[in-house]
Design a protein around this ligand. Structure first.
Ligand SMILES: [Zn+2]
Length: 463
């Protein structure tokens, strides 16, 4: 049984979706004003491992992600004066974001919803809140009155006593100590993009989009909402307020938040020169899968210290895994099965699942994998490893890889396959195992190639 830490209840809970084996999942997407940095990708990789693990456990997932393409930052950096210009600016970063996700093997959500294409849904939701008396208007902007919502502060454990009644905040991001009535609809400012609405021309506040979209695609109550811890306040607190005030129902059952990433022990910042986008690292020739490995190797609730050493370690760990896979796919093992090692391999899969069942303990899951790798190498060296062991081990490693996506399946092209078979045949001939040599020649023939032994060595041609 999967246990996961729920920020809302502040404890580990057994995960059980509301409806059969369908998990309805929402994850806050990127704000597309710049290239995403590796801290952002730590969160997206954690969510991806979570999602793939749920799939591994037999769940079906409906995964929704928003793209914030209108907010304070997109408007500030684009300097756009109208929605069309704003979209031109944000589109390039949306495309870049998904290219980066592909590099990191992050699975696409089932629904990707842009804020700017959901303005009517947001307006509808604000109207619903207005009808129920949760809002007030001031100088063309609409605010959510947090004093009217009794549960405000439950997620972030905010003490609302000292909060000034009736004071409001217009910016999208602010600290806990500045908790105020937050803005749902912002009155248009001169020179900024705006949309028409029943409240007058303006644009949505940042928080309303996630409530409107999750309501539309996942229903009034859904299973899982993920994000980075810095979204707990105010963003997720405000999502709960907007959604629950409108529907009168619990919004999300499990809130799961990923910790921050630091670089060389320090908070990442442009001024310190330790700020990296994924693109910065790829330009240095770093394997994206080693980056994924590094990001996922620390359990999501622990701070991750991103260092060059960690990247190098990831690269060498991946190399060990890939070498093993290559041997398993290409070596000739004696036929049959070593029962003890078969049982050992199956046990590893169980231990892998138990590790991730324990609040997604990825570090433990990796320890299980590398114990298995080490023992496989020992068994191979002892000659006790058989062809059925190789097949089983490959299958188990592939199952693990469906969750972690750290390595690429070994795929040899035809040329490499034949080269490898020829080497194996030479080895067999040197060992005077002519039966095996003939068998390998047969395999090469099956691939459509004929080999000839000539005085200059071996030639092969298409037959
Ligand atoms: Zn959100």
């Amino acid at each position: 049984m999967l246990k996961i830490f729920n920020t809302l209840t502040d404890r580990l809970e057994e995960f059980q979706p509301l409806e059969g084996n369908l998990v309805r999942m929402y994850a806050c997407g990127p704000t597309v004003y710049a290239f995403a940095h590796i801290g952002n990708f730590r969160t997206f990789v954690f969510e991806d491992v979570f999602k793939r693990f749920l799939r591994f456990k037999g769940y079906k997932i409906k995964h929704v992600m928003n793209i914030t393409d209108v907010d304070d930052k997109t408007i500030r950096d684009s300097k756009a004066q109208d929605p069309i210009r704003l979209k031109e600016y944000t589109d390039q970063f949306t495309a870049a974001f998904f290219e980066d996700c592909d590099q990191l093997q992050i699975d696409r959500p089932d629904v990707i919803s842009h804020a700017t294409t959901h303005i009517p849904e947001m307006i509808q939701l604000i109207l619903r809140l207005k009808e129920k008396g949760f809002t007030y208007e001031k100088e063309g902007s609409v605010y959510f009155s947090i004093a009217r919502f009794a549960n405000y502060g439950r997620l972030s454990k905010l003490n609302v006593d000292g909060i000034l009644a009736g004071a409001s905040v217009d910016v999208d991001e602010y600290e806990k100590q500045d908790a105020r009535d937050f803005v749902l609809w912002k009155a248009a400012k001169p020179g900024e993009p705006f949309w028409e609405s029943p409240f007058g021309p303006g644009r949505p506040g940042w928080h309303i989009e996630c409530s409107a979209m999750s309501l539309k695609y996942l229903g009034e109550t859904f299973d899982l909402h993920c994000g980075a811890i810095d979204l707990i306040f105010p963003h997720h607190e405000n999502e709960i307020a907007q959604s629950e005030a409108a529907t009168g129902k619990p919004f999300v059952r499990y809130w799961v938040h990923g910790e921050h990433l630091i670089v060389n022990g320090e908070k990442m910042s442009k001024s310190k020169g330790n700020f990296f986008t994924l693109r910065d690292l790829l330009q240095r020739g770093i394997d994206p899968l080693a980056i994924r490995y590094t990001l996922a190797s620390v359990p999501y609730r622990r701070k991750l210290n991103f260092t060059n050493d960690a990247l190098h370690q990831a690269e060498s760990s991946l190399k060990r895994l890939q070498e093993l896979q290559l041997r398993l796919s290409t070596d000739n093992f004696p036929t049959g099965r070593n029962e003890i090692f078969s049982a050992r391999t199956l046990l590893a899969l169980q231990q892998f699942e138990q590790a991730l069942d324990d609040d997604l303990n990825t570090a433990q899951a990796l320890a299980v994998i590398f114990d298995l790798v080490r023992e496989s190498n020992i068994h191979m060296a002892s000659g006790e490893f058989r062809d059925e062991n190789a097949a089983l081990l490959l299958e188990i490693l592939e199952k693990m890889n469906q969750v972690l996506r750290f390595w690429r399946p070994v795929q040899l092209d035809l040329d490499q396959q034949i080269q490898l078979l020829i080497e194996q045949r030479n080895q067999a001939r040197r060992e005077k195992n002519f039966a095996l040599a003939d068998e390998i020649r047969g395999k090469i023939l099956e691939l459509g190639y004929l080999i000839e032994d000539t005085r200059e060595g071996i030639r092969w041609k298409k037959c």
